[in-house]
Design a protein around this ligand. Structure first.
Ligand code: UDP
Length: 210
């Protein structure tokens, strides 16, 4: 019987993750499908799109899921769904990712092409580092954190759970980013970001709610 792998999320993120998973797990008897709660089609890029129930019903020798949705809160909810269903959570790492010394990354991480994690770094569950992002030395990153493409996270930065860092943002050495914070695209973060805040611009400032 085959091994069954699901990429949860059949939209933009998922279609970027599927080729990474296929390179790692697509050989032999394995079958790779998308899982989506609101499927817009039967298949994408040659892979079927199933509901989670369909994925769980399919006979398989082993079954595992990669969460491929950029929204940190959605990833947490789906991580819990997978745990309740007792289906394994796995990550996927592009072949050209660079990881240096003493890097610990929690389960479920998606590390896209050209990502670099340098040395002495701790990262929690279900981290997403999209294309060309880097994490420099001694960073501490929580659970369900998302880096959009091209994030430059310099040394000794601390990032709380559920933070979302927009494309091309630069985080200065030593800064702390609070739980659930959002950093806008291209922001230059020179000082600490409070929990739940959204910051934008250069230098990044808190975006007040109107
Ligand atoms: N989705 C899902 N379950 C959820 C939330 C989202 O299956 O609880 C799916 C949703 O139907 C969509 C995808 O995840 O197909 C998210 O796509 P979106 O374009 O919003 O984000 P991205 O692909 O950039 O993460």
């Amino acid at each position: 019987m085959k091994s069954l792998y699901g990429v949860y999320g059949a939209s933009g993120c998922g279609r970027g993750v599927m080729p990474l998973l296929r390179a790692e797990r697509g050989k032999g008897e394995s079958r790779l499908v998308f899982i989506d709660d609101a499927p817009q089609a039967d298949a994408a890029n040659g892979h079927a799109i199933w509901t989670f129930a369909r994925f769980m019903d399919e006979p398989a020798a082993t079954r595992a899921v990669v969460l491929a949705i950029a929204n940190p809160r959605v990833r947490e909810t789906l991580d819990q769904r997978c745990a309740e269903a007792e289906v394994a959570l796995i990550g996927t790492t592009a072949a050209n990712v660079v990881m240096m010394d003493d890097v610990e990354v929690g389960p479920g991480a998606v590390l896209s092409p050209f990502v670099t994690l340098t040395s002495n770094i701790r990262i929690g569950r279900c981290f997403h580092a999209n294309l060309y992002s880097y994490v420099e030395h001694d960073c501490l990153i929580g659970d369900y954190v998302t880096f959009a493409p091209g994030v430059r996270c310099n040394g000794n930065v601390t990032i709380g759970d559920h933070a979302y860092v927009g494309s091309g943002a630069i985080i200065r050495q030593g800064v702390s980013v609070g739980v659930g914070a959002t950093i806008g695209m291209g922001a230059v973060v020179t000082k600490d970001v409070p929990a739940g805040a959204t910051v934008i611009g250069n230098p990044a400032r808190i975006m007040e709610k109107k």
